[in-house]
Design a protein around this ligand. Sequence first.
Ligand code: KG4
Ligand code: ZN
Length: 347
Amino acid sequence: MNTTSTNCYLLAIESSCDDTAAAILLNDKVLSNVVATQEIHEQYGGVVPELASRAHQQNIVPVVTAALRQANIDKNELNAIAFTSGPGLLGSLLVGTSFAKSLALGLNIPLIDVNHMQAHILAHFIDEEGYDKPTFPFLAMTISGGHTQIVRVDDYFRMSVIGETIDDAVGEAFDKSAKLLGLPYPGGPLIDQWAAKGNPKAFPFTKPRVDGLNFSFSGLKTQIMYFVQKQVQQNPDFVSQHLADVCASIQYTIVGILMDKLKKAVKQTGINQIAIGGGVSANKGIREALTQAEKNLGWKTFLPKFEYTTDNAGMIGIVGYLKYSQELKDKNNYIDTGIHAQSRLKL
Ligand code: KG4
Ligand code: ZN
């Protein structure tokens, strides 16, 4: 794709779930990437939508102000604004959408809507030293708290989902397992930390049988629940005594499920360039398994920089920039006030 030759300073806003985020990009480079994570949800063991929208309301102005300040940019220098239009929690999306729309109208600059799931994939096109960009076609596995998909990516905006979860997302499997072990929300990163100290083969869990490239995680969650209940009946201190081994075993099983489907997808498509994205792509187990696959299976793998794994606005900004370069650069002052938030949005 020919990207624009003139410089584009772009503000990106992400507010689809429980992170309020803003970033400033200069073309495909991220100048600042600010995230306010809403800690209020921890005490409820999961995201409470009403509280998330309220926290976005409080955070959005300070977060955007911080992003501008860190990038040393005045708002009048901006050439475009990109925002997440979906998928996500509607009340949360509305905060970012309304803010972005109003600011774009006020500054009279283009407004660009971004699909959150495309952003997790296209984050690999942010210009970062030490990080290669995939070439087309490649396979992307998006693994987050809300989604688990394998996507065939033929071009920036030509993507097709070839496999996805039929029930829980993989991040939910991590978080719900962590909750059963008494760990706070979100438990995914904690399972990852404990897993590093444990034996992955200590407690064998069975992997679900699901056709094709689809995933299922709800059975694993139930299996872990019964396992923990049974062990605690026999030994009330089981969890505290074996936490590292249980976490390592859960992580080993989940990574195994993901890798089995990826191997199948590579076989089916003949594509062996694999990029991962979404919060769970921060997981050391999946990163290690993919690094091994480079050596053992000859795959070329792309692991995002940590700051672009969990929800952030840098990834929204790169999609905004790619759309700006492709569609909007000649239509100065293009603002479609009809753009709106959508809780369900397909790739
Ligand atoms: O992409 P994300 O920030 O939000 C959604 O769009 O869902 O993903 C959040 C999910 C949570 O389920 C969190 O527990 C999980 O990503 N996560 C991890 C790790 N870091 C974040 N899961 C396993 N290991 C990690 N290191
Ligand atoms: Zn996400």
